[in-house]
Write a protein that binds this ligand. Sequence first.
Ligand code: ATP
Length: 271
Amino acid sequence: MSQNHEPLLAVNAIDVMYGRLALVLKSLSLNVPHRGVVALLGANGAGKTTALKAIANLLRSERGEVTKGTIYYDGARIDHRDPSELASLGLSLVMEGRHCFSTLSVEENLRIGAFSRRDGHHAIASSLDRIYAMFPRLKERRRSAAGLLSGGEQQMCVIGRALMARPRMVLLDEPSMGLAPMLVEDIFRSIKRLNDDEDMTFLIAEQNASIALRYATHGYLIENGRVVRDGTAATLMATSEIRTSYLGLSGEGSRDHLVASLPRSRRRWLS
Ligand code: ATP
């Protein structure tokens, strides 16, 4: 087991501007440990997507740039690396909004995710099987044009395509967006399994703090482009600001008090 105590991803006090006018991220810092699952929480417009795009160096096309601070991945500075180079280092971004290739089949979309792999046909086929085991619905629809899938199925297809590259770290933007609660649960369970079984590291931007904090070990809450709280998931869940504004619960209290305050039928979600 590696003795590396450096985080896999370290974002150090970055500022991000769009069009040299709007300062959207202000001295934002966060760490994601090796094999961690970290949640980036915040309301609409808080800056979550911008933070992920800054890490993946995808701001330029929107006239955005990191104007201060540094970003390190696996010990190397990456804030000026090409997105394709980042992909080859195993860093993958899955954006919110469904960007499957609509005229290609589901399976063709998934196979595209594996285009840079050099580990052979069998390894790729076994990854495909794993994705299908994770998302049986994709297996059923594997010959359909991706453009004909429902929104939830397209979301699974996009996540599956990113996983086909066997990334070491995935930046996931709002995986719950537009999905039925049961599917959201399935996606987060899959994330947990990939983290447990394949040591995959995740940074997940989510408005849905309730689910994100059940699966993440740590979280950061951002408001107006600044980190206003961070800590373990359990600590954040017990923070009154998060309970009232992001979990729709009231009052101060410990986790036990929080659980006790819920109707019996909802307690299992937090246990
Ligand atoms: P949401 O959950 O609604 O996507 P978010 O937390 O991901 O929100 P961002 O999309 O990062 O937030 O947006 C942060 C701020 O940056 C917002 O005020 C948004 O209007 C602004 N912004 C985002 N993209 C651009 C852009 N290309 N040019 C200018 N401003 C932008």
